[in-house]
Design a protein around this ligand. Structure first.
Ligand code: HEM
Length: 499
């Protein structure tokens, strides 16, 4: 009897969830979703197709607007640039995607990515001002020193070696830099003189990041069980938190007057300086009246910044190295511009500002393969999109696919499938603002974009002063997409020759 009741309950539940979450309803085109898997099986996601490829294929099939079920989550994918502009410029209608709140809150519920409204304002006011260009350019020498450490490792390696661990090397470099800039702390990810990349913190962060993709595809309850029971995840979180506690301790040992001084220039001073003195009484207040951050908010914010601070930027740097190995003519042009007058001059801010071709190359890398697949906004009220005239409803989520916009022939004069940095000096100089949005748009756009652009320019300029990357052969240097939080080159193998 119990079994029959259980069976009926399960059937009813499946029926209910199928009707509610996995039933196709028009008029927006798309593929009817499978139970639990949505469109992931049909799109080849489980066979390793990358999201940019999948969304391009769907766009070719269904046009400017279509539905896509990312597992149990339904998104309306918006490819028309006028609609995209409308979404990013109407923050009162299109707020942070619910999936970010829902999913990131499983592990790190108190970071700004998973907040909205007044709570978001409280968090962002403590972090955003620290990442404006004016605040970060003082880190020029620090970034050069870290890059020189990597160069010195490469110098010691056998010149005939094909470097197949470029992604790991770039991650260690960007983590070290972010440790100093964001936390005033040496994370020691570059200190190992050997070529080994077996660094505890980098590995733990990779494990956490890998789980984010899994968590995004699973229903919340299953995702929660996965995160809490998975041994590797628990171990990774423990390692990261140990680092975070050491960083906080290190900051608290600093002279309090210095912390006050640095509050307006350094992330860790701003976060630690904002720690609430009486958490219990702050917790009782209404959100609008709260001041500062609780200890768990500071910890979650630090983990989120640690991840955001290295993952995407190191992905762009890896793509840069891969693309340089495939385009020696571009590499030569950067070197010619860089070496004008004096071949090994110290990189100054003025010198960096004067090398504009490198800006075009960085923009082209960001366009050719934007590290993030896209971003998501959830409607707070019903709305109609201006170009496609599609009616959207409160609670629905739209996704803006960065790759599709950056590769849409309607928005680029020179063939967008070609890697061609010169486009930004010629016909595509005045491209539509929303055709190239690797950092997102509107009120939730990336707060680290000035830092990322600055880091990328300094690092690539320094590398180009000393080394040439060349193709390690079709097998090891085959490219392809490896999907984590950012899109990374799957097969990268390059020779590194000192000039
Ligand atoms: C090339 C490097 C980077 C890329 C391509 C990138 C891309 C993005 C994108 C697409 C978003 C979502 C924006 C939106 O929804 O409109 C985002 C958000 C964010 N990024 Fe970055 N990012 C990069 C580097 C960084 C760095 C270095 C930091 C650290 C300071 C950072 C911190 C953040 C934070 C905190 C958010 C969440 C903002 C919010 O929720 O309002 N990012 N990033």
């Amino acid at each position: 009897m119990i079994f029959i009741l259980l069976f009926i309950t399960i059937v009813l539940l499946v029926f209910y969830f199928k009707q509610k979450y996995f039933t196709f309803h028009g008029p927006i085109p798309g593929l009817s979703p499978h139970f639990l898997f949505g469109n992931l099986l049909q799109s080849g996601f489980f066979k390793g197709e990358s999201p940019p490829y999948i969304l391009t294929t769907f766009k070719k099939r269904f046009g400017d607007i279509f539905q896509f079920w990312f597992g149990p989550y339904r998104f309306i994918i918006v490819n028309n640039i006028t609609d995209v502009e409308h979404i990013f410029t109407h923050r009162n209608i299109y707020d942070q995607g619910d999936i970010f709140i829902d999913k990131f809150s499983i592990s790190y519920s108190e970071s700004l990515v998973s907040t909205k409204g007044s709570k978001f304002k409280r968090h962002i006011s403590l972090t955003l001002p620290l990442f404006r260009r004016g605040k970060i350019i003082s880190n020029l020498d620090l970034i050069i020193d870290c890059t020189d450490k990597l160069l010195s490792k490469w110098r010691k390696a056998d010149p005939k070696l094909i470097h197949i661990d470029i992604v790991d090397q770039c991650q260690n470099l960007l983590l070290a830099i972010f440790g100093f800039i964001g936390f005033n702390y040496d994370l020691e990810t570059l200190n190992d003189e050997s070529m080994s990349n077996d660094i505890e913190l980098t590995q733990a962060l990779r494990d956490v990041i890998n789980s984010i993709m899994t968590v995004l595809c699973l229903p919340r309850i299953i995702a929660k069980i996965y995160v809490n029971l998975n041994y590797r995840q628990r171990k990774a979180r423990k390692v990261i938190e140990q680092y975070i506690y050491k960083i906080i301790e290190h900051e608290q040992e600093t002279n309090p007057e210095l912390i006050v001084q640095r509050k307006r220039t350094c992330l860790i001073s701003s976060l630690v300086g904002s720690l609430q003195t009486n958490e219990k009484s702050e917790a009782m207040k209404k959100e609008e009246q709260k001041k500062g951050l609780s200890r768990s908010e500071v910890v979650d914010e630090m983990v989120a910044f640690l991840v955001a601070g290295f993952e995407s930027t190191s992905s762009v740097l890896s793509w840069f190295i891969y693309l340089m190995s495939k385009h020696p003519e571009v590499q030569q042009k950067i070197k010619t511009e860089l070496m004008n007058n004096n071949s090994r001059q110290h990189l100054s801010l003025d010198h960096l500002d004067s090398i504009t071709y490198l800006d075009c190359v960085i923009n082209e890398v960001l366009r050719f393969i934007p590290p993030a697949t896209g971003t998501i906004r959830t409607l707070t009220i019903d709305d109609r999109l201006p170009a496609t005239n599609v009616q959207l409803f409160k609670g629905e989520s739209v996704m803006i696919p960065f790759y599709n916009l950056a590769h849409d022939t309607r928005y680029w004069s020179i063939d967008p499938e070609i890697f061609y940095p010169e486009r930004f000096l010629a016909e595509d100089k005045n491209h539509h603002l929303y055709a190239l949005i690797p950092f997102g748009g509107g009120h939730r756009q990336c707060i680290g974009q000035d830092l990322a652009r600055f880091e990328l320019k300094v690092i690539t300029a320094r590398l180009m002063q000393y080394v040439t990357f060349s193709d390690g052969g079709p097998q090891v240097n085959a490219g392809g997409h490896s999907m984590r939080l950012a899109i990374l080159p799957k097969h990268i193998g390059v020779f590194i020759d000192f000039d």
